[in-house]
Ligand binder design. Structure first.
Ligand SMILES: Cc1ncc(COP(=O)(O)O)c(C=O)c1O
Length: 392
């Protein structure tokens, strides 16, 4: 049994979440602030993963290593067993992260000045990475009803036509909204993009974190037969809390897309994983299933704690159970407070670091993102601090 109740002190471990509060939030002193922001967990990684990394460490030679078939098999088995997605070994191209994969995708399939489509609000690198590569980012707003997002297909198609869109970057499931897109929605997106010759990147890093029995549908499965050009990126890092280890991959069935991505990787001198990342990824996908099952129950329980307490205690605040992720998207529009006021209250009165919604583009205004992947006692502390922040 994994231990999801132990509080592990992460301060002074070079943790972005715990040790960079001053830099990220501009506070004088971050030592009394509880961080529930960036998406990593306060839980130890699964024991088989730690064991595999230790085993690798026990061999004292750290020469060049390669990604062996065992690693690819672990990925392929996971995708097939969980999602019915048959992935061939040569469809995989490994990367240090999903964000580097987004960067490689944008660089490979578009030129400076090209227009790239995203649906917002969305994870910031979806717009920052293309912008830094001097592409224009066109935002198609998701429709929002009571915190539930949906795609406005008419305006989505129109945005492609009006802007001669080359690429679309999809977040499936969606961060920050926690939406697991349905097969029908994914298929509609795929058909529109196929017709209009738009290449799709599906970021599926949160795929394994499905709640309350919801099912993840890979874009690659939903879009079968549509002819859409697709690159999917997956990783074990969100699922098994390995962000600092850095391991991800792109999966592409299309040989032409693959060739171009490989060329881009070669041009930058990469497309390998370090020896520890390969060991961790393999062990995670081979042996991490039972740990993940336990984790999901802990996340659901933590989410219920927040959902049952905060809206009852803070008038004007709403929050719903997402379909996926360990992130809550809290709607505070009913309080009438501005984002500045809310962040000031949270940081200075509540001593709690959450993410302001506008980090996810202007469309996120009025929301906060709260990460509940921590022991229940920590989440309870976060709830208490949240409530204190909003008391006059
Ligand atoms: C949607 C999404 N994509 C990518 C990442 C980060 O990916 P990586 O750490 O592999 O670059 C995150 C992290 O929160 C995320 O939410």
């Amino acid at each position: 049994m994994a231990n999801f109740t132990e509080t592990i002190n992460r301060r002074s471990t070079r943790s972005v979440k715990w040790d960079r509060l001053k830099e990220v939030y501009g506070v004088e002193d971050g030592s009394d602030i509880l961080p529930m922001w960036v998406a990593d967990m306060d839980f130890a990684a699964p024991e088989p993963v730690i064991r595999a990394m230790k085993e690798r460490l026990d061999h004292p030679v750290f020469g060049y290593s390669y990604i062996c078939d065992g690693c690819k098999k672990a990925v392929a088995d996971w995708m097939l067993d969980r999602y019915g997605w048959k992935v061939e070994y040569d469809w995989m191209q490994f990367e240090h992260g999903v964000v580097p994969a987004i960067a490689a995708f944008v660089e490979t399939f578009s030129d400076k000045g090209d227009n790239i489509l995203i649906t917002s609000p969305v994870y910031p690198p979806f717009f920052t990475v293309p912008a830094l590569q001097e592409r224009n980012v066109i935002q198609n707003l998701l429709l929002e009803t009571d915190g539930v997002y949906s795609v406005d297909f008419d305006s989505f198609a129109q945005a492609i036509d009006e802007n001669e869109i080359k690429l679309f970057i999809l977040c499936n499931p969606h961060n920050p909204g926690g939406i697991a897109w349905s097969r029908e929605d994914l298929r509609k997106i795929a058909k529109i993009c196929a017709t209009k010759d738009v290449i799709v990147f599906a970021d599926e890093i949160h795929a394994d974190l499905m709640l309350e029995g919801k099912k993840h549908i890979p874009m690659a499965v939903a879009s079968e037969g549509t002819g859409v050009k697709l690159v999917t990126s997956v990783a074990p890092t969100k699922t098994f809390n390995l962000a600092g280890v850095q391991a991800a991959l792109m999966i592409t069935e299309d040989p032409d897309l693959r060739k171009r991505l490989e060329h881009n990787a070669m041009a930058h001198g990469h497309s390998n994983l370090n020896a520890f990342a390969a060991a961790a990824l393999t062990a995670a996908y081979e042996e991490g299933g039972p740990w993940l099952e336990e984790l999901i129950a802990v996340i659901e329980d933590n989410m219920k704690l927040v959902i049952d307490t905060i809206p009852a205690a803070v008038p004007g605040v709403k929050v719903r159970m997402p379909d996926a992720t360990y992130l809550l998207w809290i709607d505070y529009r009913g309080t009438g407070l501005s984002e500045e006021e809310v962040m000031d209250r949270l940081l200075n009165k509540g001593k709690l670091a959450l993410e302001p919604g506008t980090k996810y583009s202007e469309a996120g205004r009025g929301f906060l993102r709260m990460n509940v992947a921590a022991p229940k006692s920590t989440v309870q502390e976060g709830v208490d601090r949240f409530i204190r922040a909003f008391q006059d």
